[in-house]
Design a protein around this ligand. Structure first.
Ligand code: WAQ
Ligand code: MG
Length: 260
């Protein structure tokens, strides 16, 4: 990967107009690609946005741009799967795991109380573990983790070694969580999909790893969330710029996750 030139490729799709016009968010995606791989990357993102369980988009934007920054490769977080019998169980388990990662109980409660509002955001919400307040000031846009990718051959090898199914959604989520937890200001992440046909979610943390939770909501429910619990006394501009701009590959043979 070293020495090659890479491009950040991003897609967003919505229905009933663009996101700016108040359209419904359908799908988003991000990749890192060589020049030669651009056609495949754009096509993969086009497919992702066109065939989505949240609906048919009438607005889509796909763009690529040159990445003028060396790209590091880091090792994916450890993964574990926790079974939950109901959405209620799943949320209780998520609360426990977030606490284990160092998020105070009252802060978790405050975040859960605002979860409907956060589910309207098309990126992630940054939530301060000190004040129990949202601190990203990005409104319905949120913070979108970009400039990351996990080369497929490496993912396949990683999955085969662990007997993990080749689930592209898990691959993407684990890549996001690994990048997110790589920043020192991030204490933990809470996420579940806004897709009505996917009910597994996760809590992730540096030491905790990527803890999947098999049921976080009911089938048919179109509300998801992505909350990054951060230490509000840290430099949050640095954190946001890392999440949006710092290019990163996930690679089984890469550096340990705790680098930045
Ligand atoms: N950066 C920030 N926020 C994002 C990003 C990103 N790159 N991608 C998605 N989001 C936010 C956004 O608000 C979405 O509405 C929400 O997260 C859910 O995104 O089996 O599929 O892509 O191990 O629907 C987790 C479990 C699946 C996977 C999560 O999320 C597994 C999922 P989705
Ligand atoms: Mg989604």
């Amino acid at each position: 990967m070293q020495g090659e030139t890479y491009y950040s490729v991003r897609m967003r799709a919505s229905q009933n107009g663009s996101h700016e016009e108040g359209g419904k968010h359908i799908s988003g995606g991000e990749r890192l690609s060589t020049f030669g791989g651009l056609k495949d990357a754009v096509n993969a993102l086009l497919d992702k946005g066109l065939s989505h369980s949240r609906g048919k988009p009438d607005f889509m934007q796909i763009q690529f741009e040159y990445v003028d920054d060396p790209i590091r490769a880091i090792h994916p977080l450890q993964i574990e799967t926790n079974d939950a019998n109901s959405a209620e169980d799943g949320k209780a388990l998520a609360t426990e795991l977030l606490q284990q990662a160092g998020v105070p109980g009252d802060v978790i409660e405050k975040a859960f109380r605002r979860i409907d509002e956060f589910s309207e955001v098309r990126g992630a919400v940054l939530f301060d573990v000190r004040s129990g307040k949202r601190v990203d000031e990005r409104k319905e846009k949120g913070v979108r983790v970009s400039r990351l990718d996990w080369p497929d051959a490496d993912f396949r090898e990683w999955a085969a070694k662990r007997g993990v199914p080749l689930n592209s959604r898990m691959k993407e989520a684990l890549a996001v969580a690994t990048k997110v937890c790589g920043h020192p200001a991030v204490i933990a992440e809470l996420c579940w999909s806004d897709d009505p046909d996917y009910i597994t979610g996760y809590v992730a943390g540096k030491k905790l790893g990527y803890q999947r939770i098999t049921k976080m909501k009911e089938y048919g429910d179109e509300s998801g969330c992505r909350v990054f619990f951060v230490d509000g006394s840290a430099d949050l501009n640095d954190c946001i710029s890392y999440l949006e701009k710092k290019p990163l590959f996930i690679q089984a043979g890469g550096e340990p996750w705790n680098c930045h």
